[in-house]
Design a protein around this ligand. Structure first.
Ligand SMILES: C[S@@+](CC[C@H](N)C(=O)[O-])C[C@H]1O[C@@H](n2cnc3c(N)ncnc32)[C@H](O)[C@@H]1O
Length: 319
């Protein structure tokens, strides 16, 4: 694994042009450095799960598809779950991703995002521990959404039970949200035990992906932190490879024990119980701007029209 990037010390934020595109696709940002995109080298990826179609893997890697592959529902919903989705979810939903801070009852002092919160244990623990921040918790799996909401409101309280004022939910594809958020708005991003998609042919489904890095980097302010945890050995190697090929984030070696301040998650518990060894990365957003040339193109999730049959109609409508 590469040591932390040299020269990644924080520099004054360059003047970036805000994302001008109304559809939320990556804008054509231009920074003063005029640098081209970082690319994963073909050498580094050769023999890896990702098989680049050309030696320039940042270009040759298949871009992530617009559709979601994970399950959005595992079985029929119970009446209580229907109620939570129909009545409680609209009370929590982030309505205007272009103005995420405005979506909270009180303007938070910082904005955090959790991608794929699963049962919501981590999100709820963070919200309780940090009342001053605003957390956007993102999940597409309906039973996961219900799990979080059922911890928040007792039966009968779906319509008017008290909800944490510093929590908002995005019940759609996190990749869409990233493209709708204002540039540099996030102070922290959590990606805890993402679906590993260990098969080579499923590389394009992984959330940590060279094609998604510009959108991630764009949404995070300089100095913001990105927490990644995974127990899957293939994904661990993959994260190291992807990080080694970019300079938007520092790349310190991952910790082998969960750092303080990271609440445990259900998938971590499963991994530990099965004897697997999670790794925990804490990355810092460097000052490197996201340039027009970094945008790999439109082949990522962008809006309801392209989000695929399972997701269409379920994504929150940008206001
Ligand atoms: C393996 S689970 C981990 C859940 C939780 N973070 C934990 O550690 O227990 C990954 C979760 O990410 C969600 N997910 C996958 N892709 C997503 C996406 N593009 N946007 C939002 N959530 C996503 C899945 O629905 C699933 O619940």
């Amino acid at each position: 694994m590469k040591p932390p990037l040299e020269g990644a010390s924080l520099q004054p934020e360059p003047d970036l042009v805000p994302n001008p595109r109304p559809d939320g696709r990556l804008g054509r940002e231009q920074g003063p450095e005029g640098r081209g995109p970082d690319r994963l080298s073909g050498d580094r990826l050769r023999g890896h799960a990702a098989t680049p179609a050309s030696s320039d893997a940042g270009v040759g890697l298949k871009p992530p598809p617009d559709r979601l592959y994970g399950r959005q529902r595992s079985h029929a919903l119970r009446p209580r779950q229907d109620l939570l989705l129909a009545v409680t979810l609209p009370r929590l939903r982030l309505r205007d991703p272009a103005d995420p801070l405005g979506g909270f009852a009180e303007r938070p002092e910082g904005l955090w995002l959790e991608v794929g919160f699963g049962g919501g244990e981590h999100a709820l623990a963070q919200v309780a521990a940090h009342p001053g921040i605003g957390l956007i918790a993102c999940e597409v799996f309906e039973q996961g959404l219900c799990s979080l909401m059922s911890r928040l409101v007792a039966e009968g309280g779906e319509a008017d039970g008290a909800l944490p004022p510093n929590l908002r939910v995005w019940d759609g594809d996190a990749r869409v949200l990233l493209r709708l958020l204002p540039q540099g708005c996030l102070d922290r991003l959590f990606l805890m035990f993402p679906d590993p998609w260990p098969k080579s042919r499923h590389v394009k489904r992984r959330f940590v992906h060279p094609h998604l890095l510009p959108a991630l980097a764009r949404s995070m302010r300089r100095g913001a932190t990105w927490h990644i945890a995974t127990d899957d050995p293939t994904y661990q190697g993959w994260v190291a490879e992807v990080l080694a090929g970019q300079s938007w984030f520092t790349t310190p070696a991952p910790a082998m024990r969960r750092p303080d301040g990271w609440p445990a998650t259900r998938y971590e518990a499963k991994a530990l119980a099965a004897g697997r060894r999670p790794l925990y990365w804490t990355l810092t957003r460097t000052s490197r701007p996201v340039l027009a040339a970094d945008d790999p193109g439109p082949a990522t999730a962008t809006d309801q029209a392209t989000a695929g049959p399972e997701t269409a109609g379920r994504l929150p409508t940008p206001q």
